[in-house]
Design a protein around this ligand. Structure first.
Ligand code: PBG
Length: 334
């Protein structure tokens, strides 16, 4: 070739920046998208209040009345969210969490309210755990010497599953980290003919400091911690094991929780199972962003979208987040 026809390469031959030049290019090559349908909004409903009660450690999140919960669910359906996850806060608690099973208990009433409001337009999910209903705040019943009794707790989870099913729930979320809980819930549902109700298993749930604000949200009576049943945050392989066990037991989706400190676990679980994977962007993760934004230390909306995108990028198919409704609006207005 004649000299001078091929110009000498002076700069880098490969320029990844080319695909970052315009918003259109960036949008075209974005590997990860977040859509409203992939977001699940956790909501709290409290017995015996006349007005929604703000949760101080979770600015923007409230304990709902039954009425305001119905409105929030209708809004979630209008926004096209993936679902709502219901948590109940009873007026009275006892040692066995009997309010969880009582058909007139707040969570069971709220499930029926929300299903009545949204029908099939939104997936209605329920937290299946005793901790909001026990006076000691643990996720199960205690032995006489104060340990959490796995197998007696399973019997109550079975009853709770039946109560949620009778109230019309679409999907139950067993979150107590008792061994064998998914199997027991599946059997209890099937035995009553509820074979179509699905299970979102809180599979890899870690004993985490990032649940802190949630304890205020549900007026938790817990003293101490949950380290004899929730996982040690040092362990990732064990999280994969828990997810595999839950799939074996009939989980329709598995969850990793919290999300941000556990993105490696999200990825490993995503690669290990063949069911959808959820990740729970928990109360403390929410509170950190809100607190920093309130100080003017970070830019709130971009921080929310970056957070949710990172959880999806790690491998979560769906994300539980207190920002679900707001994020849906942000995503559709972009
Ligand atoms: C248990 C439950 C907890 C959360 C969801 N389900 C609390 C716990 O295990 O201590 C935490 C959610 C959050 O922090 O946002 N019912």
């Amino acid at each position: 070739m004649a000299e001078g026809v091929v110009p000498e390469v002076t700069g880098p031959l490969v320029r990844p920046r080319r695909l970052r030049r315009t918003p259109g290019l960036r949008r075209m090559v974005a590997e990860t998208v977040v859509t409203p349908a992939q977001l699940i909004l956790p909501v709290f409903v409290r017995e015996g209040i006349g007005e929604p009660v703000p949760i101080a450690s979770m600015p923007g999140v409230v304990q709902h009345t039954r009425d305001s919960l119905r409105k929030a669910a209708a809004e979630a359906a209008d926004l096209g969210l993936g679902g709502v996850m219901l948590f109940g806060i009873p007026e009275r608690k006892d040692a066995t969490g009997s309010g969880a099973i009582d058909p007139g208990g707040i969570l069971n009433l709220a499930i029926a309210d929300v299903v009545g409001e949204v029908g099939d337009a939104l997936t209605v999910m329920s937290d299946l755990c005793l901790d909001e209903f026990t006076d000691h705040g643990h996720c199960g019943v205690l032995t006489p010497d104060g340990r959490v009794d796995n197998d007696r707790t399973l019997e109550l989870y079975a009853e709770m599953a039946r109560a949620h099913a009778d109230a019309g729930v679409d999907m139950v979320g067993p979150s107590g980290m008792m061994d064998g809980q998914v199997r027991v819930v599946r059997d209890a549902l099937d035995a009553e003919g509820h074979t179509d109700i699905s299970i979102l298993a809180y599979s890899a749930k870690y004993a985490s400091a990032f649940f802190g604000p949630f304890r205020e949200a549900v007026a938790s009576s817990l003293e101490g911690d949950r380290r004899t049943y929730q996982q040690d945050y040092a362990n990732a392989t064990e999280g994969v094991r828990e997810a595999l066990l839950d799939v074996e037991q009939g989980a329709d989706l598995v969850m990793v929780k919290p999300a941000l400190g556990y993105l490696d676990v999200v990825r490993r679980v995503r690669d290990a199972v063949d069911v959808p994977v959820a990740a729970y962007n928990v109360s403390g993760e929410y509170a950190m962003v809100e607190a920093a934004a309130a100080q003017g230390w970070i830019d709130r909306e971009p921080a929310i979208l970056e957070t949710l995108t990172s959880i999806r990028r790690a491998g979560a198919d769906v994300v539980l987040t207190y920002w679900a409704a707001e994020a849906a609006s942000l995503l559709t207005s972009r």
